[in-house]
Design a protein around this ligand. Structure first.
Ligand code: MEV
Length: 413
């Protein structure tokens, strides 16, 4: 049998990924390379450089019957290995099963200073078609499919009164869609003012993409997890995350380790994803776990994640950042839905790995072993010295720079 992915050198890994994903020489050469400064200068203002992150590949992901190499950009040790391990356990029971709905985004137009707010609302709804026509004149690639309108009352101490929120529902297809949604909202604003007699203030998409949900589940074999007791302990971990926001936030941080890492690697707006995910976690008024875990009839562990995910494979950074472009090719997704499902699978896998470790030996042992390599480098270790120093300080349980320096000088002697 050939080497496992994690046993390969970087060159071997790149060659493997290149072959699997059918990358061109140029794509393979630029994969994982920092962005060119010229591109950075075009993307943001006052650019001075590039902030880069490690890019790795999580393996063993079988999603809806398709094997996928999952690119992850993250600075934290253990995450990629943990996702790969959890995906391997899931694979034995058929992998991840996922579904994702249409790419429906909501764009909000806020109308204030309305004396007859209910009449204004009815007028807007009666003239939906007119608004949709204006919105749709702005884009050939995405389409506004509905208009809804809600009355919202200011709940702040300023008491600004009632306002009408006119919402465009837009199918952004394979794009995340922020630009198209914002353009359409701005385009209908004058007509909304004319129809209602009010003043429009905000015209912007909602990052709470509740019409763009993704769901992903998997079954994890009891014995592979460590037996009946382990399954029970994971259910206790879930119980706390479901019932206590202080634990739920940390639990969901683990989920987002997976979600954000794939989102970053593929050039998605991870702040939008984060904001939407956490709002969804608090949808019933209490902040809860984004994942659910339960015991199956056969005593195995089943898990499910559900969250709003506004992601795209066309437009945005995914099209201009060469590494993100190649990462999408490596992941092999052909639609925004497939990308969302892969991201959700990474979140679920990551969560399982974290709570399994926490419910058994804890995460520090593995974490410190990896962190020891950074400490060894900080102490001055180079080349083969890094592993030797890291192993020694991790074995001693003394992962600090002073100890690493002592070990380094004893090795050099
Ligand atoms: C660390 O980055 C993530 C964890 O804290 C997640 C969790 O507690 O479930 C390990």
């Amino acid at each position: 049998m050939g080497k496992k992915f994690y046993e390969m050198t970087r060159e071997e890994r790149l060659a493997f990924v290149r072959e699997q994903a059918g990358l061109s020489g140029e794509e393979a050469a630029s994969f994982g390379q920092p962005l060119a400064y010229e591109s950075a200068g075009r993307m943001v203002e006052n650019a001075v450089g590039i902030m880069s992150l490690p890019l790795g590949i999580a393996t063993n992901f079988l999603i809806n019957g398709v094997e996928r190499l999952v690119p992850m950009a993250i600075e934290e040790p253990s995450v990629i290995a943990a996702a790969s391990k959890a995906a391997k356990i899931a694979k034995a029971k058929g992998g991840f099963t996922a579904t994702a709905g249409r790419s429906l985004m909501i764009g909000q137009v806020q109308v204030v200073r309305l004396s007859k707010i209910d009449a204004a609302r009815r007028k807007v709804l009666a003239k939906k078609k007119e608004l949709l026509a204006i919105a749709n004149s702005k884009s050939k690639s995405v389409s506004a499919v509905d208009v809804q309108a809600r009355v919202v009352k200011d709940a702040s101490r300023n008491r600004m009164g009632k306002m009408l929120v006119v919402e465009l529902v837009i199918d952004t297809k394979d794009a995340m869609g922020a630009n198209a949604v914002n353009t359409m909202c701005e385009a209908i604003a004058p007509k909304v003012e004319e129809m209602t007699g009010g003043s429009v203030v905000l015209k912007i998409l909602s990052n709470y993409a509740t019409m763009r949900m993704v769901k992903c589940s998997a079954v994890f074999d009891r014995e592979e997890l460590g037996g009946k007791e382990m399954v029970e302990r994971i259910l206790y971990a879930h119980a706390l995350a479901h019932s206590d926001p202080y634990r739920a936030v940390t639990h969901n941080k683990g989920v987002m380790n997976g979600v954000d890492a794939v989102a970053l690697a593929t050039g998605q707006d991870f702040r939008a994803i984060e904001a939407g995910a956490h709002a969804y976690a608090a949808r019933d008024g209490t902040y809860r776990s984004l994942t659910k875990w339960w015991r199956t009839k056969t005593g195995d562990l089943a898990g499910e994640i559900e969250l709003p995910l506004a992601v795209g494979i066309v437009g945005g950074v995914a099209n201009v950042h060469p590494t993100a472009k190649t990462a999408l090719k490596v992941l092999g997704v052909k639609s925004a839905q497939e990308l969302a499902m892969a991201i959700a699978a990474a979140g679920l896998a990551q969560n399982l790995a974290a709570i399994r470790a926490l419910a058994s030996e804890g995460i520090q042992k593995g974490h410190m072993r990896l962190h020891a390599r950074n400490i060894a480098v900080m102490a001055g270790a180079r080349g083969g010295e890094v592993e030797r120093v890291a192993d020694r300080i991790a074995d001693d349980g003394q992962v600090n720079v002073e100890r690493a320096k002592e070990v380094l000088s004893s090795i050099r002697k």
